[in-house]
Design a protein around this ligand. Sequence first.
Ligand SMILES: Cc1ncc(COP(=O)(O)O)c(C=O)c1O
Length: 441
Amino acid sequence: MIDEVSPEELMRLERIYIMPCVKKLVPAVFVEGKGAILKDVYGREYIDAYAGVAVINTGHCHPELVKAVAEQASKLIHSSTLYYTYPPVILAKKLSDIAPMDRGKPKKTFFCNSGGEAVEGAYFLAKKYTGKFEIITLQRSFHGRSLAAMSLTGQVRWKLKAGPSMPGVHFAPSYYCYRCPLNHKEGPPKCDYACAHYLREIFNTQTTGQVAAFIAEPILGNGGAVVAPPEYFKIVKEILDEHDVLFICDEIQTGFGRTGKMFAIEHYGVEPDIVTLAKAIAGGLPMGAFIAKSHIAEALIPGEHFSTFGGNLVSCMAAIANLEILKKENLIENAARVGGFLLKRFREMMDAHKIIGDVRGKGLMIGVELVKDRESKKPAKDEAERVILQALKRGVLVGIGGVEGNVLRVKPPLVITMEQAEKVAEALDGAITAVEKEMFS
Ligand SMILES: Cc1ncc(COP(=O)(O)O)c(C=O)c1O
């Protein structure tokens, strides 16, 4: 039945039957994937340097993950967390062992279906534990598209017409050094981390003193792969401790090895209280989760939270296989190694390509910010979209992001080889050259 529909017909059917709210990145129809490669309906191969938006960390259709999924699916797909089953408990223990806080002590996990649901649950838990209701989040952050997660998101383009944020949400300046929100001309340490210290001002002037939590991504993902400077989270954590406020670390995009460590907050020497997870957790199967220090998690008593598909047995077995693959194939080390190589290659390209304003990232979470010119830093949004199409022609898929929509997002599966990474760099080089030719001719 599926094979009888041509790609053109498929695109026509999509326009009729699918809500138009998701803009397609490229006009291609994908039917297969293996490792870092995606294959389209015509059999053409592409290096997938977006990994389904930072999801496919262990590569497309890893045979061990596929086997785990098939075995569980043939035994029992769903029964709900109202009953005892093995997969969620075994997975929760494994997550507790790797979680970036309270090392050596058990942590507790709640399983749900998506990142947005994990963020909402984490906020709910913080409110329950502290008995307070306000929350501080970052400008330029992204926490999901459910209504509360949208409220916590610091980007107008993802909130358009959704109405005002929930009451009690406060926005702190982001750690975006390339376009410092506080207008400092020089970055840290010269600016003395003004953005982190500004949190005090928020506590003293915007809140009612009822702040339950501060939520932040350690690297702004959707916001354009903006990396927090080295001391940022240490300063923030000190201020949070002064006010007895929980730190919710959103590792939905950065988790599971993407940045060259299991969790990105490990680069900063700071421990969160609650961590939100999704995306790469189950190798492409739907799953979200939040994990908390045990004494905090105790605040959610029986009956206070539930999700029908949460802890789905097939997703849990996929997540267990996913963790084993990450470890067995040293993929986190590979992310650091190949990511370092790609960062260097993109930085070298700045000599030849004046439209590259900034290159940043950690591990395989890289942003290449395009500008009309380096003096004005005017965002080159249309050009970024054209680069994506040019890269497709050269057999490479990359994403796009940033509040201004002008950042190329390079987030390949962590199984990517050096050879494939070089092809990604060459394709982007060629794609940017083609777009610059159009711009300056
Ligand atoms: C940091 C972060 N938090 C939350 C979300 C929302 O996740 P989901 O789309 O699974 O709801 C995303 C998705 O891009 C994300 O990057």
